[in-house]
Design a protein. Structure first.
Length: 659
């Protein structure tokens, strides 16, 4: 059957394509001032009074021509009828889709109008047309490094070489072609420092104080100073499942939990299962990696040296891709980490602009405030400086409570505070700068119960669950809500530059308001000073649990429960605390489940403290009081401070065996 015969037949059966379509004309001519003659195969309208352009092709040979023509027809309709994009639909119909599928998929991805593809068959006996909707292919976004990495540690360079071979063999067997392998070496003294930090942390956990009591950990902590840092190209869920499917037992396990997960969480788990499927990688020790850990911990804090950046697949073929670009993207500066984004764009270059906005959406997936502000500012900049250049740098750690902790306790605390800058230049001269900062929502100080309220609301009332977020660098998807509950909001300001003159504006209520000169971070540090009690409380409660070689997410109350005595509890000895706050962290006892009476080393009374401070900051605990349902305090333990050093040592040594 010829194409025009199928067209005439289809015009009488438009309902077979989509219910509610009505015919306007066949071979409808649409004049155009662009110099093209537009004859639309079938012009129809739908039930919402939208123009429907139907283009028919019956052979692969004419497939690509169909896409070119539909582009031309859409522009002609927009010009001749002054129709908007949302008033136009396009339906591409074909009896063959082998050659048409790729250009159709790209067209559907790029255009803003509603486009559908349909594969039709015509019954040769009665002429009845049936259709099947065509699913567009996933459009390749080019290089998208996964934000979920692997760290493989080795005891020697030779062992790392063996691990490198196993990585290539494992990836080849699984069909993973595109990936990066960063070979790294620990700095001199790293092992000794890690050994001391682990011993110190274990000593604190098990009340083991003093250098003389620290046992030799060298036999239990092998020297692993050679690393392979593995970063794959992001795959689809279907591609990961295809790898996992080769192991039926693993595949069944994955299907048990997959439906209960959000998309990003599911993709992360699928990658983990796929990478750990057989054949496995040969390694001496394994850790998870992520962009913030690679940059802040390995490179900046611990000082690991990059010895080589090995590329596989497309990354090796791309000769214009530099090692510096690869490292910056592993650090998350392309936006995939959800924490960092760095880019230089020409505002007049549509591809650069659109890609930057798309990558910012990925970077700021959990920060709708800055996403809206930055997107608006870039649009504003493009309008005001159409030939300008923009240098964009975004750092949004998304760490909730830990944002305050790091800012207050780290030597370079300012480096942990969210910020962004957009510098606009034209003809080499700076014209404008946008910047983002954390602003207090009001000048009222936080109540002393603020931290407890956050832990209760977001972490099931257990500080250990907050500490557990450090397994992913402290990343907290609910960061926006948590900081708002802590009276902070993500804000931005603008500085217009005219020679030596500067004009400042603060963004609020969707408009710019003139301001006095603004100093970055000033408002945030004024907030820290204004809320010193709560900030110090956060530092005191989290400090002993975080840092060094390990993070301790155990429950202080559960540790103290081991000391509870039913005999003492039954005595019903009540306490009327002479003070209302913990002597160390100042947490109100009204929000604490236990109070502990502690003594200093020489036996002098130190005071009453909360459970966290008793476990993590006090060596000698004597009396423990538990809050009752009536909010009174009853003694549940009388601790004899006679636990021998031998018993402490045995507990300490047992734990070290698992390090």
């Amino acid at each position: 059957m010829l194409e025009n015969q199928i067209r005439d037949l289809l015009s009488t059966q438009l309902g077979s394509l989509d219910a509610g379509l009505s015919l306007i004309d066949i071979e409808q001519y649409i004049p155009s001032e662009l110099g093209t003659r537009s004859f639309i195969d079938i012009l129809a309208r739908d039930e919402k009074d939208r123009w429907v352009l139907i283009e028919l092709k019956r052979s692969d040979a004419a497939a690509r021509q169909a896409i070119h023509e539909i582009y031309k027809y859409v522009e002609a309709v927009k010009e001749h009828l002054r129709a908007r994009d949302d008033e136009i639909r396009a339906i591409i119909v074909s009896t063959e889709w082998k050659e048409l599928l790729v250009p159709f998929s790209r067209f559907q991805h790029d255009t803003s109008i509603d486009v559908r593809g349909m594969h039709i068959t015509v019954d040769q006996l009665d002429g009845k047309i049936s259709k099947t909707d065509v699913q567009a292919l996933r459009i390749n976004s080019g290089r998208v490094l996964s934000p979920w990495h692997e760290i493989s540690l080795y005891t020697s360079a030779q062992r790392r070489g063996e691990g490198l071979l196993s990585y290539d063999m494992s990836c080849q067997a699984k069909g993973l072609r595109d990936y990066i392998l960063v070979l790294m070496k620990a700095p001199e003294g790293f092992y000794e420092g890690a050994l001391a930090a682990t011993a110190h942390k274990l000593a604190r956990i098990y009340d083991q104080a003093g250098a003389d009591d620290v046992i030799d950990l060298e036999d239990k902590m092998p020297r692993r100073e050679h690393m392979i840092y593995f970063v794959p190209q992001m795959q689809t869920a279907e591609e990961y499942l295809a790898i996992i499917k080769t192991n039926p037992e693993l595949y069944d396990e994955v299907n048990e939990f997959l439906d209960d997960m959000e998309d990003e969480e599911a993709l992360c788990s699928l990658q983990e299962y796929a990478l750990h499927a057989d054949p496995k990688v040969d390694r001496d020790y394994f850790e998870i990696g992520y962009p913030a850990k690679f940059k802040s911990k390995l490179l900046d804090s611990e000082g690991w040296a990059i010895e080589a950046v090995l590329r596989r697949g497309a990354f090796e073929r791309n000769q214009l891709l530099t090692d510096a670009t690869i490292i910056s993207e592993i650090c998350g500066e392309a936006g995939t980490s959800g924490q960092r984004f760095k880019r230089h764009i020409s505002l007049g270059n549509k591809a650069e602009f659109v890609t930057a906005i798309s990558d910012l959406e990925e970077c700021l997936v959990n920060n709708s405030q800055w996403l809206a502000q930055i997107s608006h500012q870039l649009e504003e900049a493009r309008k005001d400086f159409p030939f300008g250049e923009a240098e964009i740098s975004v750092y949004v750690p998304t760490t909730g409570v830990f944002t305050l902790f790091f800012a207050a306790t780290m030597e370079n605390g300012i480096l942990y505070v969210p910020t962004y800058t957009i510098q606009l230049s034209e003809n080499g001269s700076l014209k404008r700068a946008y910047a983002g900062d954390l602003m207090p929502m009001s000048s009222n100080p936080l109540p002393p119960e603020a931290l407890s309220a956050i832990v209760e609301k977001y972490y099931h009332g257990d500080l250990g669950f907050l500490v557990m977020t450090m397994t992913s660098g402290g990343y907290e998807a609910r960061d926006l809500d948590i900081l708002e509950d802590l009276n902070l909001t993500y804000s931005s300001f603008r500085c217009d530059v005219d020679g030596t003159n500067r004009k400042f504006f603060r963004h609020g209520f969707n408009r710019w308001r003139a301001q006095d000169p603004i100093a970055p971070f000033r408002a945030f540090y004024e907030y820290l000073n204004n809320n010193a009690r709560v900030v110090n409380m956060i530092s005191a409660k989290l400090g002993p649990r975080v840092g060094g070689a390990m993070c301790d997410s155990s429950s202080a109350v559960r540790q103290l429960e081991d000391l509870f005595s039913s005999e003492i509890t039954q005595q019903g000895l009540a306490l009327d605390p002479p003070v209302s706050d913990c002597a160390i962290c100042t947490s109100p006892f009204s929000v604490e489940p236990v109070i502990v009476e502690v003594f200093s080393v020489d036996g002098d009374e130190h005071g009453l403290v909360c459970g966290d401070c008793a476990v993590y900051m006090c060596d000698d605990r004597r009396r423990i009081y538990l809050k009752t349902e009536s909010n009174s305090w009853i003694k549940v333990a009388d601790v004899d401070a006679s636990e021998t050093e031998k018993e402490k040592f045995e507990k300490f040594e047992f734990f070290c065996g698992g390090v």
